[in-house]
Design a protein around this ligand. Structure first.
Ligand code: MG
Length: 247
């Protein structure tokens, strides 16, 4: 039987760079650092930032970190970085020097938040306010999954929002508030313009990044064994990403 997802590793980075300017967009957890049981428990290698700065120099600044974490959280783990970065699933964006790219992220409309809070209270779920949206957590009540998904889909339609779902969580965000939006925003900037964007990530939220890269003539690289809908290549794990980046 044929392999259902026969993606090969990407060409070596130096070969890609020899063909023309490359812009790299890198997810963090599960891509640059190993996933930990708790988000706070990740191990960041001592020299990771130094190596990322070297990579940024090789790419003439066309490197961006694009994480699901809030930027402050990312900073807590990495320390000071002079690299373009986008947090909260790519919605909050900073240039390498720390100045902001675009607007501050906007939360959900009040009416939508009220509906979500009431639903959470009624069904004893946890509602989490996020910088760029809101999330209903139902990990403790997996049997409610379909019901919660239907409810947030309805709320999304009424308030013109988008649903993003993960394991045990249904999240609502503003349209375009995803990792693909981060790729578009950076690629419109002078430093990145004309380069081939390559997005590397391990999770379902990275698919938006893959699409964003493809829309600008580039491609996605999936990390790990998750079946990807939109990646062109695959790297096996975090170690393979580091090897490919020559970190
Ligand atoms: Mg990840």
């Amino acid at each position: 039987m044929a392999d259902p997802d026969p993606l090969s590793p990407p060409p070596p980075l130096r070969d890609l760079m020899a063909r023309g300017p490359v812009a790299l967009f890198l997810d963090f957890d599960g891509t640059l650092v190993e996933i930990a049981p708790e988000p706070g428990a990740i191990h960041v290698p001592d020299d990771l930032v130094e190596r990322l700065h070297r990579l940024r120099n090789r790419l003439d600044g066309r490197l961006a970190l694009v994480s699901g974490r809030a930027l402050d959280d990312l900073c807590d783990h990495l320390g000071e970085v002079s690299i373009c970065r986008a947090g909260s699933h790519g919605v909050s964006r900073l240039f390498a020097d720390g100045s902001r790219l675009g607007k501050e992220p906007v939360g959900l409309p009040d009416a939508a938040v009220t509906e979500l809070r009431e639903y959470a209270q009624e069904h004893e779920l946890f509602y989490e306010t996020k910088l760029h949206g809101g999330a209903l957590h139902f990990r403790g009540k997996p049997d409610l999954r379909d019901q919660v998904t239907d409810f947030v889909t309805e709320v999304a339609e009424r308030h013109e929002l988008c649903v993003t779902s993960g394991k045990g969580v249904a999240e609502l965000v503003r349209p375009g508030a995803n990792k693909g939006g981060a790729v578009r925003a950076f690629m419109d900037e002078q430093t990145f313009k004309g380069a081939t964007p390559v997005f590397v990530g391990d999770d379902v939220t990275d698919e938006d990044g893959f699409s964003g890269a493809m829309a600008r003539g580039g491609f996605g690289v999936a990390v790990g064994d998750r079946i990807s809908a939109g990646a062109r290549y695959r790297l096996d794990d975090v170690a393979a990403v580091h090897d490919w980046l020559d970190l």
